[in-house]
Design a protein around this ligand. Structure first.
Ligand code: IPD
Length: 276
């Protein structure tokens, strides 16, 4: 079995170097452009960070492939093959970044044969490096992560968000999901504005459930592995097997909690990431 530890360590070092670009731009005025909706934004920093990440990694591993949020937005075809592939979100939480709301992350997953081998989520403002390697556990900085032992859905904290899709069906689906969960009742519903960091809260045990519909593979591929390696479960919001291209995800502290919550979550139709 191939050992991808060198690639993981290289990824961690590249993220540590690149974070300064995000931090130094954080308090500055940004030039913002809209992408697919009024809540889907891009700044020069997103584009710059993605270019630097890809060129630095490509220099070291010229045979590897890349899926990058801003490269896809610029028209590159999104295709996950069997080849070693780095799946990159240069700034997860771009709306937060624009507003200086202090949750933004670099998210990098590395997949081989379409299976995630490691994931890195660096939460820049609070300097938290989450990472996991398949079969080797999940960590926050040097500390191993474990999901909460929560099995009772009534006592769960759920992290979710409305997301960037703003048509009527998406909005009514997402808001009615929150209403159903609040009436279960769960202990609380929270929203951070970055799918990657939100999912990592399940890995730390601070939250018990995360779900989202409409995000993309680069938002959740790394944190899905981090949750699994912390002992949690990751699935589709309909209870079927997790598929990073499906644009639906449910992460939970246990199979019991996941099984109890998914019947309350409805999805709206969205085009698969790899269907284009
Ligand atoms: C977004 C964030 C947000 C989620 C959106 C994503 P971006 O990613 O993860 O939390 O609700 O669905 O698109 O655009 O900031 O990289």
């Amino acid at each position: 079995m191939a050992d991808w530890t060198d690639c993981l360590n290289f990824g961690l070092s590249v993220v540590r170097q690149t974070k300064e670009i995000i931090l130094s731009a954080f308090d500055q005025q940004k030039s913002v452009k809209l992408k697919s909706s009024p809540a889907d934004l891009v700044t020069e920093t997103d584009q710059r960070v993605e270019k630097i990440l890809i060129s630095t990694i490509q220099n070291q591993y010229p045979e590897h492939r890349f899926i990058g949020e801003e490269s896809v937005a610029a028209g590159e075809r999104l295709q996950l093959t069997e080849s070693p592939t780095w799946i990159i979100d240069p700034i997860d939480g771009t709306v937060n970044f624009v507003h200086r709301f202090p949750f933004v992350a670099i998210s990098i997953a590395f997949a081989v044969n379409k299976q995630t081998e490691f994931g890195i989520v660096y939460s820049c403002v609070d300097d938290k490096m989450f990472y996991a390697q398949r079969g080797r556990g999940a960590f926050l900085n040097q500390t191993q992560l474990h999901v909460s032992a929560q099995e009772d859905v009534d006592q769960c904290v759920v992290v979710t968000e409305i997301g960037a899709e703003r048509d009527d069906i998406a909005l009514s689906t997402m808001t009615s999901n929150i209403l159903r969960l609040l009436k279960l009742p769960v202990h609380g519903v929270r929203a951070l504005g970055t799918a990657a960091v939100s999912m990592c809260q399940v890995a730390t045990g601070a939250a018990d459930i995360y779900y989202h519909i409409g995000m993309h593979c680069w938002d959740i591929a790394a944190s899905a592995l981090i949750v699994q390696e912390a002992g949690g479960v990751v699935m589709d919001t309909d209870g079927s097997e997790f598929d990073m291209m499906s644009r639906r995800v449910l992460a939970a502290s246990s199979a019991t909690v996941a099984g109890r919550i998914y019947p309350f979550i409805r999805a709206f139709p969205c085009q698969r990431d790899d269907d284009g």
